[in-house]
Design a protein around this ligand. Structure first.
Ligand SMILES: Nc1ncnc2c1ncn2[C@@H]1O[C@H](COP(=O)(O)OP(=O)(O)OP(=O)(O)O)[C@@H](O)[C@H]1O
Length: 308
């Protein structure tokens, strides 16, 4: 049974079509990255999943239950880290946790949870004095209460420093090892790449790709990016490289020295040979796989991989 089934979900806010016949599934036990640029419809989807808003059309099932008719049962088994800070200024972290533990009827210990998110030192301080990152850690601790079967994390790295973001990823892994399904919305590629089994990319309310990170990379990149540092480059040479059979794109980056960035499938020696034949000196070259940023841009902005 999938942990989450979104079936032909459409949501309009007046004239604005936020989701258009969106369908996808998240398998039980997987970490699913829900990626998309601002305004793509990520929060709208999560709000329907949690029954905070009602869909215009379509169905959502969470842990085998209808999102609208069983929202109470669903919330009892789901941990949510919402987007934006939602702490109470006058309550301490301990009081926040006690409240969440009581609401879920769980046996958690506030200190253990706050230690996991690195907030034990501030347990008896009022949340009103917390930094953004501290508030985010507190909300993550609240999401973990009751060992939820499904964790929904909406932009979880917001406000976290690199250490905090790494710790958050570790917690996602630990929760997943325990058996939780994690639904992780983000527009930060690195966060998704590091923890997600599969990624769905949302654009303008439609899912434009669902695959593993590797699969997505392969699907947009017909090969590798070759970066060649040269002593000089001119338009003729650039055009000649672009018209080589294995090259899908080429562009110049920087001036002093210029670097030729080439999207190449197959042989890289043809590119180097073309440059050398023109008397262009190759000072250095390296190859890399398409970055996730390139993957994301390809799906959300244009249909072509642009060498930068
Ligand atoms: N309450 C609302 N009233 C009207 N339009 C809304 C409302 N909430 C969202 N929208 C619109 O629906 C679309 C999807 O918004 P949504 O917040 O779901 O995107 P998102 O992917 O979560 O974006 P972000 O990354 O910025 O949080 C946008 O065009 C947005 O302007």
């Amino acid at each position: 049974m999938p942990a989450l089934t979104v079936d032909n979900l459409t949501k309009s806010y007046g004239q604005t079509l936020a989701l258009s016949e969106l369908s996808f599934e998240v398998e039980e036990g997987e970490v699913f990255g829900f990626l998309g640029p601002n305004g793509a419809g990520k929060s709208t989807t999560i709000n329907v999943v949690l029954d905070f808003i009602r869909p215009t059309a379509g169905q959502v099932e969470v842990l085998g239950m209808n999102a609208q008719t069983h929202s109470r049962d669903i919330r009892a088994r789901t941990g949510v880290l919402p987007e934006g800070v939602e702490t109470y200024d006058r309550l301490t972290a301990r009081e926040h946790l006690e409240f969440a533990i009581e609401s879920k009827g769980s046996m958690d210990d506030p200190e253990t949870l706050l230690e996991r998110v690195g907030l034990l030192d501030a347990i008896d301080r009022k949340a009103g004095g917390y930094s953004k990152g501290m508030s985010q850690r507190l909300m993550l601790a609240m999401a973990l209460v009751g060992e939820p079967d499904l964790l929904i994390l909406d932009e979880p790295s917001t406000g976290l420093d690199p250490n905090g973001a790494r710790e958050m990823r570790e917690i996602v892994r630990e929760e997943n090892d325990r058996g939780a399904t994690v639904f992780f919305s983000s527009h930060v590629m690195e966060q998704v790449e590091a923890v997600c089994d599969r990624v769905g990319i949302l654009r303008d309310g439609e899912m434009v790709a669902v695959d593993s990170v590797e699969g997505l990379r392969d699907s947009v990149s017909e090969g590798e990016t070759l970066r060649v540092t040269v002593d000089r480059i001119d338009d003729d040479a650039l055009q000649a490289v672009r018209s080589l059979p294995d090259v899908s794109n080429a562009a110049v980056d920087g001036e002093n020295p210029p670097q030729l960035v080439v999207q190449v499938e197959g042989s890289k020696t043809a590119v180097l040979g073309e440059l050398e034949e023109r008397g262009i000196e190759i000072e250095d070259f390296s190859t890399t796989e398409a970055s996730l940023d390139e993957v994301f841009q390809t799906y959300t902005a244009s249909r072509e991989v642009q060498a930068q």
